[in-house]
Each structure stands twice: as structure tokens, then as C-alpha cells.
Design a protein around this ligand. Structure first.
Ligand code: CTP
Length: 407
């Protein structure tokens, strides 16, 4: 499965650098063409000759010295690579990648890469827990780097905690998953999921928003990606880590969400609109912070576009799934929305019930269909509910396929 692939191993300066030799050896045995880039720090721990003996290729160390026949080492390496893996990744390389620096061959090459990049951190536990390191890791995750989490245990320096390089077997497994992803039952489907609440600015420091945590939308995106779908996640501001393998588009206002969703709409097969879009925005956004003067303040609001309604009006091949958060008369309100917005399914939940409100990890949903069917689901984890929703989407697609054939 890995045979014939080109993999660049970036080795940086940590005590775990010698474990990169095992990785290189395993990859070569699997038939991979391995090119190694070593930073100056890495060369303090291991001599390039060790990697040359294993990979059969010269080790790359210099941005300005190209091997014979190559013009620019960083571009040649980036162009050929099916995947790059940085092992071990020190706190320093994480910071440089997060800043987009290009001050040596490894950072410059990674900037030029369009292939997946795996990053395998290894460092002292206190360094690993440091907020700067954690923020750099979050930033890299957001940008699509795949982080192979370090393991926890006793470290070379004597400290205990997280920061030991992941096992080479685990790194090999992740490489396999990335280069040959598991084919799930949603493979071949492109899904667009919206998540979180929108923020409608009042002035530079204040906004109107709602209690949405984004958890439902993120769970839906995660479940779809796990089952092999291509997933765009258009998200309002949240505190959540984006699921792996999902293309994340950050938005803030309803207007931004509308633009992002409409741009992606023609390319997708299914839209699941879990976002809690603000229905209104301040008519005017003050350019300066509003100062308190009188006893009261009147804000004039104007209506935001109803994104789902617009999607319903412009529906072609797509399946549309809406959400309805209600506090009373759940079924009737939900049915009205289903019809008005031209949906194929509506996930209704009574947010007044314990376990179904905003910010929880669970939900209690009723799935409502245009043919009048209602499926009442018990309290369940949002990831489990997501899987139930995707099961229904698959069923709806199968039904639509049968109908097309009959027509
Ligand atoms: N929705 C949307 N754009 C809006 C408002 C809502 O796309 N401006 C979508 C939500 O993402 C959700 C569905 O419409 O999937 C239902 O949202 P909800 O707020 O419950 O319904 P509304 O139509 O806004 O009705 P109301 O607020 O009156 O209950």
C-alpha cells in the first residue's frame, strides 16, 4: 500500500531523533522512497550518514545546495512528496511552522508542500504542557497539519508526563491511514455542515449572539469524516478543536456564513445546517465603542438572510437537513420549517428538556420527514446522534436514487 510512495522525513533536534531511524527503516522496508531533511539541531544528535545508509539517498540539510539535477531543493522535495512526517518535532519547529517561517530547508520545504504533513511532537513534559506550545499545536491542527500525539510516561530527562514521541508503530499506522484512508459508507459524498452561533457586531467590542456551543455541528462533521465523506465545516466562533480531515471555514456573522455556504453549495451533495444563525443584526455597527450616556439604549435590529431558506429555494441535487431548536409546540413548529425551507429532513429538539439544551454533550431529537414520518430518538451522545442522522441521509439518498430510476 505504501510501495512507491515518496515520503519526506523532517528530523529536528531532540533526543528522540534516533527513533526517526527506525521509522525510516520501516518505511524503506515497505517500499517507500525516503528523503530525509535534518535541521542543524538534529545533526547534533545523529550524523546524516546514518539516514543515508538506511534511505539510500543523500540527506538534505542546505537550502542553497541542490543535489545534481535539482534546481531548488525545497521545491523538488515538496513536489515529489506524497506525505511529510516531522519526527521528532521540537517545540521550536512547532513555533516556526505556526508562524510560517522559512529560515532553513525543513521549514521552507513544508511551506511549499501541498501534501499531508504529520507532526510528531517530542519534548519535556513541562515544555509540552506550556501554553505557547499548546497554542501552536492548535494553530497547526486548524491549518490541516496532522498531529500524532506524544505518549505519556517517564522521559529521558527523568520527568514524567506527556511528551514522549509516539511509538514508531503508531506513526506508521497514521501514515497508512492518511495515504490510504479507510473507505466508509459515506465515501464519495461531499457534505457541508454548519456549526456554532453567529456573532452580529454592535460596535468594535460588543456583539449579539446565542448559546450555541457548536458541539452538534462538530460531532456531525467528525462522524461524516470518520465514515469517509469529504466534509466542509463552516463554523461560527467556538472553543472546539476541528475534527481531523475536515475542511474548516471560519465565519463570524450570518452574512459571512451565507457567503461561505452559497459558494460551496454547488459542490456538495448534502447540507446539514446545525448552526444557530442569528435571525437579526444591529442595523448599524458603530465604528467606535458606544459610550454609556442615558439610562437606556435602543438598538435597532434588521433581519438576517435565512440561509437555509435560500438553500431550499435553490435546491438541485442536494439533500437538505435543517435543525430546529424549539421551546414550545415542537412538532408543529418543526413541520412548518420543514415545508417552508424545502427540507428533506429536520432534526427538532426541545431545548427546554434536560440533556437537550445548548452546550450539552447530549441531545434528544425527533427526526421529521416530508412524508409525515417522525422518528423519536432517546437521549444520546451528540456523536451517536450524528451517526443516526447520517444513516438517515444515506437512506434518503438511496430512496432518491430509486425514485430517479423509476422516473
Ligand atoms: N437558519 C438559517 N439562517 C437563519 C436562521 C436559521 O440557515 N437566518 C437555519 C438554522 O441553521 C436551522 C434552521 O434554519 O437549521 C432552523 O433555525 P431556527 O432558528 O430554529 O428557525 P427559524 O427559521 O429562524 O425560526 P424561529 O427563529 O422563528 O424559530
Amino acid at each position: 500500500m505504501l510501495k512507491g510512495k515518496h515520503i519526506v522525513i523532517g528530523v529536528t533536534g531532540g533526543i528522540a531523533a534516533h527513533r526517526a531511524l527506525d521509522l525510516a527503516s520501516n518505511l524503506v522496508k515497505a517500499g517507500v522512497e525516503v528523503h530525509v531533511i535534518m535541521t542543524a539541531g538534529a545533526r547534533e544528535f545523529i550524523r546524516p550518514l546514518a539516514f543515508e545508509a538506511i534511505s539510500g539517498n543523500r540527506v538534505h540539510v542546505d537550502t542553497f545546495k541542490a543535489p545534481p539535477g535539482w534546481r531548488y531543493p525545497h521545491l523538488e522535495l515538496a513536489r515529489r512528496a506524497d506525505l511529510a512526517v516531522i519526527v521528532p518535532a521540537t517545540a521550536n519547529i512547532l513555533a516556526k511552522l505556526a508562524c510560517g517561517m522559512a529560515d532553513d530547508l525543513l521549514t521552507t520545504t513544508v511551506l511549499a508542500m501541498v501534501c499531508p504533513v504529520l507532526v510528531c511532537p517530542a519534548m519535556n513534559a513541562y515544555m509540552y504542557r506550556n501554553q505557547a506550545v499548546q497554542e501552536n499545536l492548535s494553530c497547526l491542527r486548524r491549518r490541516g497539519f496532522i498531529i500524532v500525539e506524544p505518549s505519556v510516561g517517564r522521559q529521558a530527562c527523568g520527568d514524567e508526563g506527556p511528551g514522549r514521541l509516539a511509538d514508531v508503530a503508531v506513526i506508521m499506522e497514521r501514515i497508512g491511514q492518511v495515504l490510504d484512508p479507510p473507505k466508509g459508507d459515506l465515501a464519495g459524498i461531499t457534505a457541508l455542515v454548519t456549526a456554532g452561533g453567529t456573532r452580529e457586531p454592535i460596535d468594535p467590542v460588543r456583539y449579539i449572539s446565542n448559546r450555541s456551543s457548536g458541539k452538534m455541528g462538530y460531532a456531525l462533521a467528525r462522524a461524516a469524516a470518520n465514515r469517509g465523506a469529504g466534509v466542509y465545516l463552516v463554523s461560527g466562533p467556538t472553543n472546539l478543536e476541528p475534527p481531523e480531515g475536515v475542511k474548516l471555514v471560519h465565519v463570524e456573522t450570518a452574512a459571512e456564513m451565507f457567503r461561505a455556504v452559497m459558494e460551496l453549495y454547488p459542490r456538495v451533495d448534502v447540507v446539514v445546517k446545525a448552526a444557530a444563525v442569528a435571525d437579526y443584526r444591529p442595523r448599524v455597527t458603530a465604528t467606535q465603542k458606544i459610550k454609556k450616556e442615558d439610562d437606556g439604549l435602543v438598538l435597532e435590529l434588521e433581519k438576517n438572510v435565512d440561509i437555509l431558506l435560500e438553500l431550499g429555494k435553490n435546491k438541485r441535487h442536494q439533500l437538505l437537513v435543517g435543525f430546529a431548536a424549539e421551546t414550545e409546540d415542537l412538532i408543529n413548529n418543526a413541520r412548518r420549517k420543514l415545508v417552508k425551507k424545502n427540507l428533506d429532513m429536520l432534526v427538532a429538539n426541545d431545548v427546554m428538556q434536560p440533556g437537550a439544551g445548548f452546550g450539552t454533550d447530549t441531545n434528544i431529537a425527533k427526526l421529521i420527514f416530508p412524508d409525515g414520518r417522525i422518528k423519536s430518538l432517546p437521549l444520546m451522545d451528540k456523536l451517536e446522534l450524528s451517526d443516526r442522522i447520517w444513516d438517515e441521509v444515506l437512506q434518503l439518498r438511496a430512496n432518491a436514487g430509486q425514485k430517479d430510476t423509476a422516473d
